[in-house]
Design a protein around this ligand. Structure first.
Ligand code: E4P
Length: 220
């Protein structure tokens, strides 16, 4: 299962990339708006730091402009994936970008039907937003289950990128269903990493080792 980081924070990206646990990045206009600095500098910097796919979202809403923006974003680096919203213009842009051999991620997906259409249009990734569905009183994970099953039934190569993840249990559930990727805000990745018993266990090991050092005049 691949883990993407859902952030435009250079600091967070560097931190987790250095641990070797980040396979790619997703950004969106909201995430970029939270950072200081020129948006283009931020996007270029992320593309430089991360070896895997970096998803950069278009803000145009008409097909031609989306394609133009996508071609411009792609110039930031070979690893750029153009993120396009799930609209009729967006699907046309996906088809055109695909013809130009540019990979796309169709975002703001809230149903398995939308995911099916995005896959048919040629999206490399589909991004269902499960947390926002949960917030609206609909079971987000049901949509993941349906998409994974439908893509498997018909051999679609689009990868299911589980987005809008709110807690570590979402990651486990997505993994059990066979979703290809989860994209996580940095704090959720932190929560996956930590466990109070790990901290407690380490503190005990270290204090016991202090006793060994004292008893044997051992310096390591
Ligand atoms: C994914 O590509 C999106 O950037 C993200 O997961 C949206 O999540 P949110 O619902 O927490 O804003």
């Amino acid at each position: 299962m691949k883990i993407f980081l859902d952030t435009a924070s250079i600091e967070s990206i560097k931190k987790f990339v250095d641990m070797g646990i980040v396979d790619g990045i997703t950004t969106n206009p909201t995430l970029i708006s939270r950072e200081k600095g020129h948006p283009e500098d931020i996007m270029r910097e992320i593309v430089k730091i991360v070896k895997g796919p970096v998803n950069l979202e278009v803000v145009a809403t008409k097909t031609e402009e989306m394609v133009e923006e996508g071609l411009r974003l792609k110039k930031f680096g070979e690893n750029v994936i153009v993120k396009v919203p799930m609209t009729s213009d967006g699907l046309k842009a996906v088809r055109k970008l695909d013809e130009n051999k540019i990979k796309t991620n169709v975002t703001l997906i809230f149903s398995s039907n939308q995911a099916l259409l995005a896959a048919k249009a040629g999206a490399s990734y589909v991004s269902p937003f499960i947390g926002r569905l949960d917030d609206a009183g609909q079971e987000g994970m049901t949509v993941i289950k349906e998409i994974v099953q439908i893509f498997g039934n018909y051999g679609y190569s689009s990868e299911v990128l589980v987005a809008s993840v709110r807690h570590p249990i979402h990651v486990i559930e997505a993994g059990k269903l066979g979703a290809h990727i989860v994209t996580l805000p940095p704090d959720i990745l932190g929560k996956m990493m930590n466990h109070p018993l790990t901290d407690k266990g380490l503190a005990l090991f270290l204090s016991d080792w202090e006793k060994v050092k004292k008893e044997h005049k051992y310096t390591i």
